[in-house]
Design a protein around this ligand. Structure first.
Ligand code: CTP
Ligand code: ZN
Length: 152
């Protein structure tokens, strides 16, 4: 057993720590936030022990502070993610992600006849339920519920 205060991933000086990501969603989060395209220092940990999630992942981003809209894009894959804002090595703020009112891209429309499934059109949804997520397609108006949700 490791000591409780020992960190699996080193502390950062200034930036954002995204904690409580389900381990299975780590690569989706990286993709959604476009982390593969930035040159800041980024450290990851995955398959870490978590009482709440079983296995969790964590992402530490040096020098990056997100806008709410950007970060809420991860809510569909990491609904329990917590954002810790770090300044001079201290946690100065903690935020939870919130499912946004609109979703562009990220999710697939469940209707096989929807234009987004056979033309190169970015999906667009209105979020009609946030608890059990339900997404209403901007193009075909069909509802994609949590059970049928596929992340692109
Ligand atoms: N952290 C970091 N660098 C710092 C300070 C904190 O990487 N300079 C990380 C910690 O490793 C932790 C997260 O930011 O993963 C939140 O820190 P803290 O609030 O101190 O930890 P906990 O109380 O364990 O957080 P929670 O209750 O959200 O699980
Ligand atoms: Zn559709």
């Amino acid at each position: 057993m490791k000591e409780p205060k020992q960190l699996s991933v080193s502390a950062i000086e200034n930036g954002t720590v995204i904690d409580h990501i389900p381990a299975s969603a780590l690569f989706k989060v990286i993709q959604i936030l476009g982390l593969d395209k930035i040159s800041n220092q980024i450290t990851f940990g995955t398959n870490l022990e978590s009482k709440k999630l079983g296995q969790k992942a964590i992402i530490k981003l040096e020098g990056i502070f997100f806008e709410d809209d950007d970060i809420n894009r991860i809510a569909l894959v990491a609904p329990e993610a917590k954002l810790n804002i770090i300044r001079a090595y201290e946690v100065v703020d903690k935020n939870v992600v919130k499912v946004p009112d609109q979703i562009t891209g990220i999710a697939k429309c469940f209707n096989p006849k929807c234009i987004t499934n056979f033309e190169p059109v970015t999906t667009r949804f209105k979020v009609v339920s946030k608890k059990d997520v339900a997404l209403k397609c901007h193009y075909c108006e069909k509802i994609t519920d949590q059970e049928h949700l596929v992340i692109l």
